[in-house]
Write a protein of this length. Sequence first.
Length: 200
Amino acid sequence: MSHSPEQIRSFIAIELPEEIKRGLARLRSELEREEHTFVKWVDVGGIHLTLKFLGNIPFKQVAQITKAMEETTQGISPFRLEISNLGAFPNLRQPRVFWVGIGGEINKLSSLQRNIDSALASLGFAREERPFTPHLTLARMRQGASPGERKSFGELVMSTSFESKYVAAVDVISLMRSQLTPTGAIYSCLAEVKLPTEEC
């Protein structure tokens, strides 16, 4: 009998309402061009705001991580986020990653992310080295994309107006599982932790 613990690829995230996913799907259809074979689009149906990527964890650690998540939410009541501007890393002149920005109550979001990072560091997970920049990745340029191709995609994004103001009411954070398959990742929720509502 095998005693190797089952490893699951997991991360902590905020799941987004369907209305936002539909809005992002409309944006994608506006920007998608057949000739842009160098752009690899994300499956909008599975899009979420990642707070902490954990990598492979043993299944038995789920309860411990969930308990740490509960501790991180103390003092952070539900809050609102807005899906706002379009941008790219490192920039729109030579984009490598295309994203939609996040506004709204960013201070609460940042506190939550810092709390999660600290709590999980005490469980042995590496701290984030890069500053937290809340965004939703919509597309990545393929490795072989030329500067000219990247520039043309950046110009297309700059000429696109994204006026819609989508609001996400955040009252839950989720421990998610990501199963990689040949057709893309399949996401499922392992545990949910509600943000505490303030007592009247």
